[in-house]
Design a protein. Sequence first.
Length: 94
Amino acid sequence: MAKLQMADKGGLYPYQLSGGQKQRVAIARALAMQPKMLCYDEPTSVLDSDLRDQVADLILSLKESGLTQLIITHDMDFAKKVADQVLEVKPLEG
């Protein structure tokens, strides 16, 4: 929790946390299983720009530690900020 800047939040209930804090708790729970890869589905969908930046910083720090991550998002600016590679899905023509 300290790595995620949440060490002082251990006794709080989810309703007492901000959106960004809830995201970090979810990531902490996933990291507790020592995964080889983390997958995110729209990790910034309900966050304001400040919280979005906090989540981006966390994802980047996990990237620097060598953890493989797959992020599904509509937020292309966010994707370009945190990704080594961006794959864009386009609708089929027809």
